[in-house]
Design a protein around this ligand. Structure first.
Ligand SMILES: Nc1ncnc2c1ncn2[C@@H]1O[C@H](COP(=O)(O)OP(=O)(O)O)[C@@H](O)[C@H]1O
Ligand SMILES: [Mg+2]
Length: 361
């Protein structure tokens, strides 16, 4: 019953310009059947452009898209067999839940009895049985988004495209729906491309992530790959490396760089092409910074003197903001709270202080 399936959907150099502006540039990506891919990046980086190009809502200006051995970027949206879920739900307000979900099947001319069963199954899948005869206006935002999802999956699409589907929901519901979407993806064996600007959402849901910036692919990888080995400081920033410290390389020995950060030096891991005396950005995650008793105990010779200015209790740990003498701000997660206002020494393993060239490619 399913529309054409494929083992892999290949995006080859997919690009889209608006006027002279390159909203998406040379996206190369192979989506394997059954994969959950997240397109991640800040507002305006080209996520929706990429998704709309795949959906067929926007013509490409560069590249091609191939499903199996079939070129699909030349097909109109309805011939691609993809399902779409938007941030705005885009439901028909005058149709009941059932009839919203049935709409695509009617368009496809699916026989009535089969329509009925598939609509029922899809509605059960998103747990809306009790609401099947209501109008969208009688439902909460979360329920409306479930209708939109049911409407997409009822068509058994070979690929589901979701554009920030949870952005209009409150925080608690977003968490529930994340799990829900992931569950549907797995139990129905869907192939999903999911757009979000929320790195936590992307990391928790996706098998692989594509990080975009200004229309350009920054990195493609699993959550663990991106988290542990971000390709540049921009990706690191997105992956929760909340300390981005600007400095100058003074020495490089193997894969360890020594960086002058003004009032102190750090040894860090060379994480990109570095020249001697290059301007660099050192990326460190708050949980990789540790309070140490004295400079003598500093790991890898990395001692940072700083004074805690904010100490917040966060359940299991403390979130600490500390300032160095020359005003650098350090974000730290600590198991025990340092004393506010009292100078302390912080340290970080050289391996976990990633040294990136300041300039992005
Ligand atoms: N229809 C359009 N006409 C002109 N510019 C557009 C259009 N759609 C998107 N853009 C531009 O392309 C860039 C990427 O937009 P978009 O893909 O919507 O970003 P995102 O979804 O990541 O927020 C932005 O600079 C945006 O202004
Ligand atoms: Mg968008």
């Amino acid at each position: 019953m399913s529309t054409s399936t494929f083992e892999a959907l290949e995006l080859r150099g997919v690009g889209r310009t608006f006027g002279g502006h390159e909203a998406l540039k040379g996206l190369d990506l192979t989506v394997r059947r059954g994969e959950f891919i997240a397109l991640l990046g800040p507002s305006g980086c080209g996520k929706s452009t990429a998704l709309n190009c795949i959906a067929g809502l926007l013509p490409l200006t560069h590249g091609e898209i191939v499903a199996g051995d079939r070129r699909v970027d030349t097909l109109p949206p309805e011939k691609r067999g993809f399902g779409m879920v938007f941030q705005s739900y885009a439901l028909f307000p005058h149709l009941t839940v059932e009839r919203n979900v049935a709409f695509g099947l009617q368009m496809q001319g699916v026989p009535r009895h089969e329509q009925k069963q598939r609509v029922k199954d899809a509605i059960a899948m998103v747990k809306l049985e009790e609401h099947a005869t209501k109008l969208p206006g009688q439902l909460s935002g979360g329920q409306q988004q479930r209708v939109a999802i049911a409407r997409a999956i009822v068509l058994e699409p070979s690929l589901v495209l979701m554009d920030e589907p949870l952005s209009n929901l409150d925080a608690k519901l977003r968490l529930d729906m994340r799990a829900e979407i992931r569950r549907l993806h797995q139990s129905l064996g869907l192939t999903t491309i999911y757009v979000t600007h929320d790195q936590e959402e992307a990391l928790s849901m996706a098998d692989r992530l594509v990080v975009l910036r200004d229309g350009r692919t920054q990195q493609i990888g699993t959550p663990a790959e991106l988290y542990d080995h971000p390709a540049n400081w921009h990706v690191a920033d997105f992956m929760g490396y909340r300390n981005l410290l600007d400095g100058t390389v003074t020495q490089i020995a193997g894969d360890t760089a020594t960086v002058n950060l003004g009032s102190f030096e750090l040894h860090g891991h060379v994480a990109g092409p570095l020249a001697a005396s290059a301007r660099v950005r050192v990326a460190i995650r708050p949980d990789d910074v540790v309070v140490t008793a004295s400079a003598a105990d500093a790991i890898d010779g990395n001692a940072i003197k700083a004074t805690p200015s904010v100490v917040e209790y966060h359940g299991r740990e403390f979130s600490v903001t500390a300032l160095t003498d020359d005003g650098l701000r350090l974000n730290v997660k600590a198991a025990t709270a340092p004393v506010q206002g009292e100078p302390a020494t912080f340290t970080v393993r050289a391996e976990r202080a990633l040294v990136f060239p300041e300039e992005l490619a």
